[in-house]
Design a protein around this ligand. Structure first.
Ligand code: NAP
Length: 286
């Protein structure tokens, strides 16, 4: 029930109507008897500043941010958490004591799904395929969580040098051993996979028009590697199917989606998200 005290949370993105976050958070507010509602707002560079001001104006709990606002929002915030600073992007704003604090729960959410699969990241070797926004959030969190080594494979195109220098800075700031290598260097990849504990597909190969693509030759996999795909639609990419056939533990991107939301919910309300209620809802939405 909406009351005179109902607080608002939401998502600022464009496009936004496809987002599963309203379903997650409204179900969680209801289950926890929290007098709050979560709405989807179409926000882009044309109205982002006013939208952020409205968090204070309407005393909102906070918001999630998605494309195209995660980086653009930073100048409008009062404070950034450590991981948001390192990633250079914010997916959650918390409105606390009249201050707007930016967090990034994407990497933490992913890491929670890794823990949930029974893997402790500390002292593990991580190989990341792709170096986009999602990959960066995960690499930062893996470094903060003391992974032994992180190897990132990226195409050697116009952005390689600047992306490599960004990851170099993250390595210096976190003290983690991070290297970025040429995606086309299959021999090097083969070597890296020999002692990789966790392999992550951070590219979009496996979804949409790239549905039939696999990010690497699945013959390079072995059962000691846990294979995570950030894609959750389809639920099982061709890559995950082939990795499973090689005897690997596999997980899709639904866990990251679920837990990034769960952590945002904890930051806004101080309560845990009822995962057992939300997970089946997400599973049922293809
Ligand atoms: P992004 O910023 O566009 O990054 C995509 C990365 O994939 C880039 O590094 C790109 O390489 C690489 N790539 C694309 N095609 C490639 C190819 N043919 N060969 C080699 N590398 C290729 O995208 P993003 O936002 O990080 O998203 C990445 C994936 O994560 C998507 O599938 C997205 O749906 C998923 N995702 C999932 C969640 C979740 O909650 N589960 C959250 C966010 C994203 P270049 O750098 O060379 O261009």
């Amino acid at each position: 029930m909406i009351s005179g005290k109902t607080r608002i949370a939401g998502i600022f993105a464009s496009p936004v109507s496809h987002s599963l976050s309203p379903l997650m958070h409204n179900t969680a507010f209801q289950a926890r008897s929290i007098d709050a509602i979560y709405l989807a707002f179409t926000v882009d560079q044309t109205n982002l500043k006013q939208a952020v001001e409205s968090i204070r104006t309407f005393n909102m709990l906070g918001v999630n941010l998605s494309m195209p606002n995660k980086i653009a929002v930073i100048p409008y915030l009062d404070e950034l958490s450590q991981e948001a600073q390192l990633i250079g992007a914010v997916n959650t704003i918390v409105h606390r004591d009249n201050r707007l604090i930016g967090y990034n729960t994407d990497g933490m959410g992913f890491m929670r799904s890794v823990n949930e699969a029974g893997i402790a990241i500390k002292d593990k070797k991580v190989t990341m395929l792709g170096a986009g926004g999602a990959a960066k959030a995960i690499v930062v969190q893996a470094a903060l969580d003391q992974a032994k080594e992180i190897v990132i494979y990226k195409r050697k195109n116009a952005t390689f040098a600047s992306v490599a220098s960004t990851f170099q800075k993250i390595a210096e700031q976190t003290g983690c051993h991070i290297t970025i290598k040429d995606y086309a260097d299959t021999e090097q990849l083969k070597k890296d996979l020999e002692d990789t504990d966790l392999l992550i597909n951070g590219t979009d190969m496996g979804m949409g028009e790239k549905k039939e693509m696999v990010p690497i030759d699945p013959q390079l996999l072995h059962p000691k590697i846990a294979v995570f795909d950030l894609i959750y639609s389809p639920r099982e990419t061709r890559f995950l199917k082939e990795a499973k056939a090689q005897g690997c533990l596999t997980r899709n991107g639904l866990g990251m989606l679920l837990y990034q939301g769960a952590i945002a919910f904890e930051l806004w309300t101080g309560q845990t998200m009822p995962i057992e209620k939300i997970q089946p809802l997400l599973d049922s939405k293809e």
